[in-house]
Design a protein around this ligand. Sequence first.
Ligand code: TRP
Length: 333
Amino acid sequence: MKDRIVTGMRSTGKLHLGHYLGVIQNLVKLQKEYECFFFVADWHALTTKYDKTENLKQDVTDVVIDWLACGIDPDIATIYVQSLVPEIAELNVYLSMLTPQNWVERDPCLKDMAKILRTKQGANSQISYGLMGYPVLMSADIMMFNATAIPVGIDQVAHIEITRDIVRRFNNIYKTDFFKEPKPLLNNCSLICGLDGNKMGKSFQNDIKISDTEEVTAKKMMSAITDRSRMHKDDPGHPENCEVAFKYWKIFGNEEQVKIVKCECEKGLRGCADCKRQLGKVINEKFSPIREKRRYYEEHPQEVDKIIIQGSEKARVEARKILSDVRNIIGMY
Ligand code: TRP
């Protein structure tokens, strides 16, 4: 029996290279070693976007298409949409009954979100009851499949801690060892910065999307920050002070290319514009097969739909089993 992992991604629409390098690439590897449940967290998206639902469906399909294009294989991993597995909502009810209020109040991510909401909506902005319950819902996501390992970024570790607390509390209260304590599965990948040198993010408009065309990628690449102290293209450059381009080379170039870039830059033989043009080509080459596969799925939406529906059905079969046990353990009718 393989260990079981669950991980979710908020439905935020088309994904960027940061998602690819930081998460998806890892999931593609993990699907061979574990029994995998990968889902699009559309309820989590609703916690903050309950009033902006025009693109909700498209956002979900865009995530799934990116996953498929990058190599997540629906024949191996179970791909599903959170809201298509309503058993999660029922489990969320049971868990919310036994979770002390101050456990969710101390959640650091929630505090950050509250701060962001306040800057966006003013001092009177309110956290909704649903957003408050986010850590419990996330625990339900994980416990619904009694997963033991959760691939997440470092920012999500606090949530897994709460899940472990909730697991222990459930097992204690109902005198059982039914739920297993999940562990975060951290990915030691290199983080990619955005084109402006800050963290890559959709809302910062500094990202390159997996789905961007070659032209858009090339154009975006030209806007990347380089060595700010370099004025002329034949000035000697400082690759280690190059804020974006050289970092990208180290991620996307091979050893030989990185050596040449470094050497030419330091000798003033390579202008930043040329360097970025070449880099754009390298990135486009790398993503060409992924983008081709992506176009295929975009042109075959019924196939994507079928994958989502079948995956969600498969997830539900498992969820129903667990939920039936949970109802018994609690003593429901
Ligand atoms: N909270 C996660 C994020 O914002 C997404 C998520 C929701 C998740 N439920 C999960 C991740 C369960 C792992 C397991 O990135």
